[in-house]
Design a protein around this ligand. Structure first.
Ligand code: 5GP
Ligand code: MG
Ligand code: MG
Length: 187
């Protein structure tokens, strides 16, 4: 039998209801802030941002387009970031003169988003803002302006709701903390 997520779950950090309630609030705030904008583009960063995008977009009342970009950071191990970031898949439309709102799962060191934003800025969008579901502010290594934050979280490795544990469990409807001991035993 395949291993269940419970094996690796230490605790549920943010349950489904709490997540969804906060996403409704974010959607309202974004709808108000972009009320006069007729060229909003939600830019989801794959793969982690995908669940968040789907739920958030349902609460954004301003007409908008959606597009996707994939970025990865590489170097030391799978669960720590280095300064090296690569664009694995670029956005498919021009961003020039458009109002771009990046939708991301989590900001940790900030390297990934800082690189993505620098890549986009030189293409001259009308505006560029950032919405992240989770923020680990204490881990920041590069300064980054975050416009919308779902939840501030502590320095714990989390999974579920878009975030993976070795590419799995992105489908869970809640955010869970990884049980590091269970992970070691599994290795
Ligand atoms: P940063 O470049 O800000 O250090 O890292 C951003 C990326 O690292 C995120 O988009 C995510 O893919 C990954 N990451 C950072 N913290 C976590 C975490 O707690 N859980 C998971 N699953 N991924 C994380
Ligand atoms: Mg991400
Ligand atoms: Mg990952």
């Amino acid at each position: 039998m395949a291993q269940n997520y419970q094996t690796f779950l230490k605790e549920v950090l943010i349950d489904e209801n709490t997540l969804q309630a906060r996403i409704v609030e974010l959607g309202k705030q974004i709808s108000a802030d972009y009320a006069d904008c007729d060229d909003l583009l939600l830019l989801c960063i794959l793969k982690g941002g995908v669940m968040f995008l789907c739920d958030l977009a349902r609460h954004i009342e301003v007409p908008h387009a959606m597009d996707f970009m994939a970025a990865s950071s590489y170097g030391i191990g799978a669960r720590a970031t280095t300064g090296s970031v690569r664009i694995d898949m670029d956005i498919t439309v021009p961003v020039k003169d458009r109002h771009v709102l990046i939708v991301e799962d989590i900001i940790d060191s900030g390297y990934t988003l800082s690189f993505v934003m620098d890549t986009l800025k030189v293409r001259n969008p009308a505006s560029l803002k950032l919405c992240t579901l989770l923020n680990k502010a204490s881990r920041r290594e590069v300064d980054i302006m975050v416009d919308y934050v779902g939840f501030e979280i502590e320095n714990k490795f989390v999974f579920g709701y878009g975030l993976d544990l070795d590419e799995k469990y992105r489908n869970l409807p809640f955010i869970g903390v990884v049980d590091e001991d269970a992970l070691k035993n599994d290795a």
